[in-house]
Design a protein. Structure first.
Length: 264
């Protein structure tokens, strides 16, 4: 029997990741609590769990991860399961603590990704990987089907630590670029002209350079959107901050992101 991979959380990232696995001829099915019009995605946990040996989690936060692994869905107890890959962006402290709670015969990999929805749709995600080298080697065909860049950061939990630090930088770029554009409006500067300038100058950053293609670039903060996820990701970085670290700047960035209004 061929290995069967399941993606739990088939939203804006999980659904295209599932599509990429299947396009690479890797047997895969999806699960989401919201019913979907797809023959490969189910809201029936019994159907999703059947013969599953690899679980990829792409759910939103720690609460949903808890429900998925230990609570209502309880997927960590599936007898056939041999591998869990955590792709959700969560607190590194929480992720490292999973090893003591998951049966020892199940290998654990943390594999948060970067690239936003468009990269998932084009199967060019960047993965930050943590885990034993042999486990990462065994799972590499899955990552190769979904992504283009693979960064092995160290033991289990190291990928998540790298991701929250990366997202802290991404959040700072988001907050400052939006502030600069607001000030530019007040000064009568055209967005397109300023963004072209930034792209070729010392202020260049991912958010400004991709402003017209990033799907959430103009969004304001709302409970279930990507801006809110950035706020959550900063909280994950703060949870893993070094003992005694000055957290004033990331906390200010977090408040700035949370205060964003929609931009026309």
């Amino acid at each position: 029997m061929r290995s069967l991979t399941g993606i739990a959380g088939c939203g804006r990232m999980g659904a295209p990741m599932l599509k990429a696995l299947r396009a690479a001829d890797l047997p895969a099915r999806g699960y989401d609590i919201v019913p979907m019009d797809s023959p490969h995605i189910t809201d029936d946990i019994a159907v999703f769990s059947e013969d599953l040996d690899t679980l990829i989690t792409v759910v939103r936060d720690i609460d949903q991860t808890e429900a998925l692994l230990f609570g209502e869905q309880n997927l960590a107890a599936i007898p056939s399961l041999i591998r869990i890959i955590i792709c959700s962006t969560l607190s590194p402290r929480y992720v490292r603590g999973l090893r003591a709670r998951i049966p020892s015969h199940i290998s654990l990999i943390d594999a948060p990704m970067s690239g936003a929805q468009v990269a998932a749709q084009e199967a060019r995600l960047s993965f930050m990987l943590g885990g034993d080298a042999e486990d990462l080697d065994a799972a590499q065909p899955l990552f190769s089907a979904m992504g283009k860049h693979f960064h092995r950061m160290g033991e289990f939990g190291a990928g998540m630590q790298a991701k929250v630090l990366n997202n802290l930088l991404a959040a700072s770029n988001t907050a400052m670029t939006r502030l600069v554009l607001d000030w530019a409006d007040e000064a009568g500067l055209e967005d397109s002209a300023l963004l072209d300038l930034i792209h070729t100058s010392s202020g260049q950053n991912w958010f400004a350079s991709g402003f017209n293609s990033i799907e959430f670039a103009r969004d304001g903060h709302a409970p279930d959107n990507t801006i809110a996820i950035l706020v959550k990701d900063i909280a994950s970085a703060l949870d893993a901050a070094p003992e005694g670290a000055d957290t004033t700047l990331p906390e200010t960035i977090q408040r700035s992101i949370a205060a964003l209004k929609p931009r026309s």
